[in-house]
Design a protein around this ligand. Sequence first.
Ligand SMILES: NC(=O)c1ccc[n+]([C@@H]2O[C@H](COP(=O)([O-])OP(=O)(O)OC[C@H]3O[C@@H](n4cnc5c(N)ncnc54)[C@H](OP(=O)(O)O)[C@@H]3O)[C@@H](O)[C@H]2O)c1
Length: 303
Amino acid sequence: MAKNVLLTGGTGFIGSYLTDVLIDNGFTVSILSRSARENTSLITYYKWNLKSNYINEEAVLQADYIIHLAGEGIVEKRWSKRRKKAILESRVQPIDLIGSILKKNNKKLDAFISASAIGIYGAVTSHKICTEDTAPANDFLGSTCQQWEKAVDAIGTLGIRTVKVRTGIVFGKNEGFLKKVAPSFKAGFGAVLGTGKQYLPWIHVEDLCAIYLKAVTAPDLEGPYNACITDNTTNSRFSRTLANLFGYAIWLPKIPPFVLRIILGEMSVAVLEGQRVSSEKIQKTGLEFQITDLEKALVSCLD
Ligand SMILES: NC(=O)c1ccc[n+]([C@@H]2O[C@H](COP(=O)([O-])OP(=O)(O)OC[C@H]3O[C@@H](n4cnc5c(N)ncnc54)[C@H](OP(=O)(O)O)[C@@H]3O)[C@@H](O)[C@H]2O)c1
């Protein structure tokens, strides 16, 4: 019988791609969502409401694997105190809730796999290359990722294999980061942000889904894995490449950091800073990235 993978956040950008990949690889997929949705022949939806701590327990009890992708968008809105709380709680609370059901029912999973982010290494720019052994940072993104991963580790104490996918900026067609930045570049107004020297570790959604699939199918994968291409792309290189693909050279001056700080507030660190991150650990498991060239990755994501 086909094994079932339960996705939280399965209706989002990464979740939608991953659903197709899992189904293509012979798994059945179920999705926990805040909104009621019609089941299809391939996907079963279950409801949860984190505000009232409600979850349809059946979703967890029928699952062989759980992949946790749910969470409020990190750069959707300015980081007010309330927004920061929502970003953190929407990632940690679901894990705690699922953990309580696993414990209550003495239910075992083949694995619990969760998104995390390279933000765990902190919003700074340096030439140092971060590996999974690099100490986590204590700024907002760093501490959010630490608490997110700590909740995953608590699932591990139930004797369940856990994997944490520390994800870089994900490229996909009309999705995520590119959905936000491509329109201004397309209109001829592309610009380098800040100094442009900040690193922008990226990964194509297809390669990211291959990591998740590997985390499901390879029982020896455990712990954190960085998920990004280690090609030293900076914001400047990214911006110039994207503008070139739209047929022009950037003519606007660099947008000064203080302007971005005024527009974005504290959240500006997410675009003004960026680390170099190594993905050697996941590649050593035998996984080969398919899309490693920045230009080719961007071309595949543009209309
Ligand atoms: N995209 C990237 O570049 C990137 C980079 C690094 C890390 N990640 C991480 O990867 C995960 C998936 O990213 P994504 O880009 O696919 O996100 P996404 O498109 O925003 O989807 C996230 C999903 O989470 C659910 N969700 C949102 N707010 C929620 C809340 N308050 N409570 C419960 N569920 C909520 C929504 O599902 P329903 O509406 O169906 O409930 C939504 O479809 C996230 O944790 C993200 O931080 C993404």
